[in-house]
Design a protein around this ligand. Sequence first.
Ligand code: HEC
Ligand code: HEC
Length: 288
Amino acid sequence: MTEKHIDEATGVATTGHEWDGIRELNNPLPRWWVWTFYATIVWALAYTVAYPAWPMLTSATTGLLGYSSRADVKAELAAAEAGKAQYVAAVSTKSVDEIIKDDALRQFAIAAGAAAFKVNCVQCHGSGAQGSVGYPNLNDDDWLWGGTADQIYQTVLHGVRFADDADTRVSEMPAFGEIIDATQVAQVSAYVATLSGAAAADPAMVEPGKTVFADNCAACHGDDGKGNRDLGAPNLTDAIWLRGEGEAAIAAQVKAPKHGVMPAWGGRLGDTNVKELAVYVHSLGGGE
Ligand code: HEC
Ligand code: HEC
């Protein structure tokens, strides 16, 4: 088809193609569209010259502006590191109480402490710091050695009954199996069970047990059985048991006591890390 065909209805030339009598109008593209199209081509070419774009044999053209996303990331990382270093420096010079009073610093310390806790503490205290028999729960407000940020810091720094640290927390409950007789053990166990509201298996044991307690136990656990944090002697009235619940467990602890050992972390992790851990543990809910 060589001849130009003009559509009768619109007066516009057609492309000359025909499909079953249907022809396509040959309308020119709108000017604005064409110019925008050219502009995008120019823009794209200019862009590939200004920025890294064309693949070469071993790398790509670097672009006239010298931009590189790797350099960008490097700069951002350096800025983040500098910010972190500033926090770490602040943590290392401030006391745990000062850290807790500074909101930003406290949040930084909690995050860092949580990370360190996952690595160093969960194997004994549990992934949620909930503890288990012999390993205290660190979420509650029942503290063996004290729940202020500074007391927690001291406990973590020096450990408990940890022979390698001269400042470690010490105190041991004597083995009363060799000091009082079996009846007295049963009596005092019955009495201690009632301190947290449990009923004694044999109520007749309770009154004499009270005397045994006053004579042998009150020095550490207190006249009222509420414990003594200077000695790590647990509160016996709160129904939170480190060594198990019930008269049998109490009697076992009285006869041949078990003592928890916690490593000192100051030497291993350094003072700054220990402060972060203390702030984290303090934030768990039982902090005083
Ligand atoms: C090897 C086991 C073990 C590891 C690991 C361990 N702990 Fe302990 N932790 C203990 C034991 C056992 C006690 C209880 C000591 C006692 O009977 O007085 C304790 C006690 C504590 C206490 C005192 C609780 C209270 O009621 O006063 C704190 C705080 C504590 N641990 C924090 C930590 C932190 C933080 C870490 C990690 C850096 C950690 N522990 C790692 C075993 C461990
Ligand atoms: C020299 C101090 C001292 C004396 C005296 C002492 N205790 Fe203790 N008692 C402790 C300490 C410290 C612990 C914590 C041991 C551990 O688990 O690390 C403890 C733990 C216990 C527990 C376990 C508590 C729990 O939460 O599971 C019981 C029960 C107990 N003592 C009862 C007694 C009774 C009864 C007497 C007297 C016959 C007595 N204690 C005398 C220091 C003492």
